[in-house]
Ligand binder design. Structure first.
Ligand code: SF4
Ligand code: SF4
Length: 169
């Protein structure tokens, strides 16, 4: 049977697809150079803990279905309170359910959405004490905290960026 593919028809078909796509608007962003704001409704993938607000009540640890939170406290009789001497989260076990955040009665726990902090080693997934503090690299998400959600930048979608670009042209 006579086959056109033998005479370059396959290459011609491929080139037609390539050329057609050259004139189309992009459907992906050039990450990491081009970053889009993620949804305000994003729950997050790690915990943000506030040492100042935490009373060491351990409600979060009791609420965690994974047993991912470990708290050690020491009695501070002079000030009639507990000092938290260790607050440790094994994010390798965490399923990001957010139950600990919902359970905390003192607003000391938040979900964080710094999704770019991937680790190569299992041991590096264990976060402890001040490594759990909020920072520009570890912002708190608006999960269970609508006041924070309201302050987060609006979500940007690639389609919005394309429309913006078209308007400028
Ligand atoms: S988000 Fe869920 S699994 Fe993760 S530490 Fe909190 S309660 Fe545990
Ligand atoms: S529930 Fe909140 S205040 Fe209590 S130990 Fe956990 S983070 Fe601290």
């Amino acid at each position: 049977m006579f086959k056109f593919e033998r005479f370059g028809l396959g290459i011609f078909k491929g080139m037609t697809v390539t050329i057609r796509h050259l004139f189309r608007h992009p459907t992906v962003s050039q990450y990491p150079e081009q970053r889009l704001n993620i949804s305000r409704r994003t729950r997050g993938n790690e915990l943000i803990w506030s040492r100042e607000r935490c009373t060491g009540c351990a409600t979060c640890a009791k609420a965690c279905p994974q047993g991912a939170i470990e708290i050690v406290t020491a009695a501070n009789t002079a000030e009639n309170k507990y000092n938290v001497t260790k607050y440790r989260v094994d994010t390798g076990y965490c399923i990001q359910c957010g139950l600990c955040v919902e359970a905390c009665p003192y607003d000391a726990l938040f979900m964080g959405f710094s999704f770019e902090r991937a680790k190569y080693r299992r041991a590096d997934l264990v976060q402890e004490d001040d490594a759990l503090a909020e920072s520009p690299e570890r912002p708190a998400s608006g999960y269970f905290h609508p006041d924070i959600a309201a302050k987060l930048p609006e979500q940007t979608l690639l389609v919005d960026k394309i429309t913006e670009k078209r308007k400028k042209q």
